[in-house]
Design a protein around this ligand. Structure first.
Ligand code: FES
Length: 130
């Protein structure tokens, strides 16, 4: 399997790795097939994602797609972040091997899970938002 230069860059130099201790929303998702886990931390102010960090216990593609996901959502509104799909992450990276597409899905799901957690903490029913 060969990864693109961009995937290797985000795998070897992942952006925004770590935790946000006072995060407004935290989303953890996993893939039961491969066992990889992705945790996304968001800082949200005035409806804008002002900071995003992640911790991923997973493959190179999972780390690269988490890194890209954080880059894509920083500075975006909650609505814009909810609209980001795994295809946006793949397009940003150029390409992903077919058997690694599911890794990019974790990135999309972790954003949505963290925003859902944010709404829950705010006392808003996330289902009413979607
Ligand atoms: Fe499971 Fe990449 S192999 S997330």
């Amino acid at each position: 399997m060969k990864y693109s230069e961009k995937v290797m860059d985000h795998f070897l130099n992942p952006r925004n790795v770590g935790e946000i201790p006072d995060a407004d929303g935290i989303g953890e998702v996993g893939n039961s097939h491969c066992g990889d886990i992705m945790k996304m931390y968001l800082k949200i102010s005035g409806g804008i994602i002002i900071d995003a960090k992640f911790k991923t216990f997973g493959c190179a593609a999972a780390i690269a797609t988490s890194s890209v996901a954080t880059e894509l959502i920083k500075g975006k509104t909650i609505g814009e972040a909810l609209g980001i799909t795994n295809n946006d992450v793949i397009n940003y990276l150029g390409e992903l091997p077919p058997n690694k597409i599911h890794c990019s899905l974790l990135a999309e799901q972790s954003i949505k899970a963290a925003i859902k957690d944010y709404y829950t903490k705010m006392g808003v029913d996330p289902i009413a938002i979607n």
